[in-house]
Ligand binder design. Structure first.
Ligand SMILES: Cc1ncc(COP(=O)(O)O)c(C=O)c1O
Length: 459
């Protein structure tokens, strides 16, 4: 759906039937593909997040702030590759560097010079990164970080946040997803999981102090993303992060920041730079892979040293990282180096501009829903945005308990569907990239406003 045709449209499709009919008329190719997909794949989908009703939209290409589907419809993308594409889709510097190295071997499978360059560049950009180890995904990075924390301390209990997603890492698959957020996320996990992985609400100093006291001598570490995502978008308070820094230090436990989303996004040096806090370990992914798969564990060299291949100790004293057939593949190293070069060279322009545009977007969306009396919370952290429909205006969403009690997730799904029918792609929340222009922001606000009007009319 060309945004030129759809984004500024004032046509009202108030009822669910009307906007779904409009959507289905515009996306017959996606509908047919999804029917075929279900024949070969359970539920027809390989990443659950990408499922939308009545069927997912199949894309063919992406450039800048736009994606195009198999039916030729154009969307302003607010998902931006799960938040990795801070420079927009297919940024020229990154694409040309990847093309250059691809010709010299897609996956050489030996040590390559670019792995040294990227490791150095990350250590220079991130305050707490004395050393790094690369793997292939964010999920692996959090798995290794937890393993290192347990090994370094010789303890077992990891504390995480309710609602904290760290990839499908088996060690952290507890209290992650809505609607209720409580309990193991899957069958097939060991029953001991909840004994050794415990959860607390974000910003709950009292509850966290209690959990730390209960873990006692077995408290290995705390892992958290400084901004809880998943649409609810709740930022950690500086006081809470300072409290965690202090308490983990006192307990001899490891503080792990999962900066797979916030790294290189909230600031070049990540959330830890914005908050001025040094975690012991940090995980990165997404942006630093420049659109290719990459996971990073960064942090204190005395902890990372446990993983060194040169340590001549029995395996019981080591921490194993890898294999990882595709670790340090040339495409990811080149894409990461080129992305970081671009972010560094344009740092003073990129981060304030992203903030300003995200602030304008959130303000415009909030005004649109306020104007029609639909209670909505438009949240922002840097260039990350998230939207909650509230049961009543003014209800707070400061943690997952309040998200469960005060929000109506089904309405967000409805808004996503309505936006897609108007040429805007969003799941629960989104991120902006450097290629979202001021004009794009105004077009987005127009589309959200049209949806707010439709939803008010539908009642
Ligand atoms: C905070 C956070 N940690 C970890 C991960 C997992 O990363 P990956 O999907 O690369 O395995 C994600 C992915 O969305 C994430 O948002």
């Amino acid at each position: 759906m060309s945004t030129a045709k759809q984004g500024g449209s004032t046509a009202v499709a108030a009822t669910a039937e009307e906007y779904l009919t409009r959507f289905e008329a515009q996306t017959p190719g996606s509908k047919a593909l999804y029917e075929e997909a279900q024949r070969y794949t359970p539920g027809g989908i390989h990443h659950n997040q990408r499922y939308t009703t009545p069927y997912p939209v199949y894309m063919t290409r992406a450039k800048g702030s736009r994606v195009w589907d198999v039916d030729g419809n154009e969307y302003i993308d607010m998902w931006m590759g799960h938040g990795d594409a801070i420079l927009g889709h297919a940024p020229p510097r990154v694409v040309s560097r990847v093309q250059e190295v691809a010709a010299g071997g897609l996956h050489i499978g030996h040590t390559i010079d670019q792995e040294v360059t990227l490791a150095r560049d990350i250590c220079e950009a991130i305050p707490s990164a004395e050393q790094v180890r690369f793997c292939v995904t964010g999920t692996e990075a959090t798995m290794y970080a937890v393993r290192m924390a347990r090994a370094f301390t010789g303890r077992d209990v990891i504390i995480k946040l309710t609602g904290g997603w760290h990839g499908a890492n088996t060690d952290l698959m507890v209290d992650v997803n809505p609607p209720e957020f409580i309990g193991p996320e899957s069958r097939g996990l060991l029953p001991e999981l909840t004994r050794y992985t415990r959860t607390v609400e974000i910003n709950d100093i009292e509850g966290t102090a209690k959990a730390i006291a209960e873990a006692g001598d077995d408290f290995a570490g705390m892992i958290l993303a400084p901004v809880l995502g998943g649409g609810n978008l709740i930022s950690a308070d500086a006081a809470y992060l300072n409290f965690l820094r202090e308490e983990t230090r006192k307990a001899g436990a490891i503080l792990i920041f999962d900066e797979i989303v916030t790294g290189f996004r909230l600031a070049l040096g990540g959330a830890q730079e914005s908050y001025g806090i040094r975690p012991d370990l940090t995980t990165f992914g997404k942006i630093i892979g420049g659109g290719t798969p990459l996971g990073v564990i960064a942090g204190r060299s005395d902890i990372l040293e446990l993983t060194s291949v040169r340590r001549t100790v029995p395996k019981a004293e080591k921490v194993l990282i890898g294999g990882g057939t595709y670790s340090c593949n040339p495409l990811s190293m080149a894409a990461g180096i080129a992305t970081l070069e671009e972010l560094k060279s344009r740092e003073q322009e990129i981060y304030p501009t992203l903030e300003r545009r995200a602030a304008r977007l959130v303000e415009g969306v909030q005004q649109a829903f306020d104007a029609v009396g639909i209670p909505l919370r438009a949240g922002r952290a840097g260039s990350m945005v998230g939207f909650n429909f509230l049961k009543e205006a003014g209800l707070p969403v400061r943690n997952m308990g309040e998200a469960v009690a005060h929000t109506i997730p089904a309405k967000m799904q409805e808004l996503g569907n309505r936006l897609r029918a108007r040429g805007v792609f969003i799941y629960k929340g989104g991120t902006l990239c450097t290629e979202h222009s001021d004009q794009d922001i105004e077009t987005l606000i127009e589309a959200f406003t049209a949806c707010a009007n439709e939803m008010a009319e539908a009642g």
